[in-house]
Design a protein around this ligand. Structure first.
Ligand code: 2NL
Length: 336
């Protein structure tokens, strides 16, 4: 009996070593542990042993049985791991998985487009803080204390004379304070106004302002730059029109229209049947602004302009509600 047990042990080990799939493991299990298997067969012979050998042989058979069970289990899980490993390796015949592509927000795209046009004309990009002082947002820009835009209802005041900037002209003032002319820069960025939100108003929007200061800068330079800008932005056939207007920080001031990009000037719903779309405000820098930053108005002249990026993006892409830009609806954003 002892001899037999040893034999079974050795042959089991040998066969187990060579087994490399579930089927061969199963046949080994049947061969050793099955109802008519080798262990059963020896168990059946126990009663034939003498009384002094029976307990010892019984014990050894039981130990062998559990050992075989354990080793079969172990091998089974090893084989499973290996087959899992195999599944993890790349099947180069499988169709590829296309990663979802990220995109720039339409406002970022429009901002970049505006920036690129002015960069090509020699302008630099300047940025500044969104939390500002009254001096940079109003005083230096010749916006008097009694001006309605300084009212708490038209500006987000934080505390005392600290506020959220309502235009990016603040950055121009900061640049002029620090640098002597010539200056040629544009200032893109977020601005804040406590307007009631509707299809054309948002409490936060984006602006690009521009400034060029040097000796002998004239209104015709402003016209040339803006005409070139509108043609690059909206197409070479775009016409530009300057209408007299008023801003405290420019003199003279103008509102700039482009020929309607929808009806090409014939008149339609978008341009309220005028053939023109207002897209910019501009003018020659008011000498009072130069005085506020310490420039000599008799030495330098300059022009400045400002535009709302949302408005330009809406015209360019035919969007009729400004809120769409800020709702983050993926179905809207995917279209750009
Ligand atoms: C508009 C009008 C404008 C300016 C912005 C400016 C800045 C300085 C001095 C003089 Cl530092 N002017 N900026 C000038 C004219 C118009 O913006 O409709 N913006 C959306």
């Amino acid at each position: 009996m002892e001899e037999k047990i040893k034999e079974i042990k050795t042959s089991f080990q040998e066969e187990l070593k060579n087994a490399n799939d579930g089927n061969s493991l199963e046949s080994i299990r049947i061969k050793y542990l099955g109802r008519k298997g080798l262990i059963s067969e020896l168990m059946g012979k126990l009663p034939t042993l003498s009384a002094d050998k029976k307990p010892q042989a019984g014990r050894e058979l039981n130990i062998l049985k559990t050992q075989i069970q354990k080793e079969l289990e172990k091998k089974k899980s090893e084989l499973k791991d290996i087959s899992l490993d195999k599944k993890d390796t790349i099947d180069i015949t499988m169709p590829g998985v296309l990663p979802e592509e990220g995109k720039l927000h339409p406002i970022t795209k429009t901002c970049n487009e505006i920036n690129d046009i002015f960069i090509s004309l020699g302008f630099r990009i300047a940025e500044g803080p969104e939390i500002e002082k009254e001096f940079y947002n109003f005083e230096a820009l010749n916006i008097p204390l009694e001006h309605p835009s300084r009212d708490a209802f038209d500006t987000f005041y934080i505390k005392g004379d600290t506020l959220l900037r309502s235009h990016t002209s603040t950055v121009q003032i900061r640049i002029m304070e620090k640098t002597q002319p010539p200056i040629q820069a544009i200032m893109p960025g977020k601005v804040y106004r406590p307007d009631a939100v509707d299809a054309s108003h948002s409490f936060m929007f984006h602006q690009v302002e521009g400034l060029l200061v040097d000796k002998g800068v004239r209104f015709s330079d402003l016209k040339g730059v803006l005409d070139l800008f509108t043609k690059r932005m909206f197409g070479e056939r775009t016409k530009t029109r300057f209408r007299p207007s008023f801003f405290p920080f420019t003199e003279p001031s103008a509102e700039v229209d482009i020929s309607c990009i929808i009806c090409k000037g014939k008149g339609c719903r978008v341009c309220s049947h005028t053939g023109w779309l207002e897209i910019l405000g501009a003018g020659m820098v008011n000498p009072k602004v130069f005085e506020a930053v310490g420039y000599s108005p008799s030495k330098y002249t300059g022009f400045a302009f400002g535009m709302g990026v949302e408005r330009i993006a809406m015209l360019k892409y035919g969007i009729d509600d400004i809120r769409l830009f800020f709702e983050n609806d993926i179905r809207f954003l995917k279209q750009f």
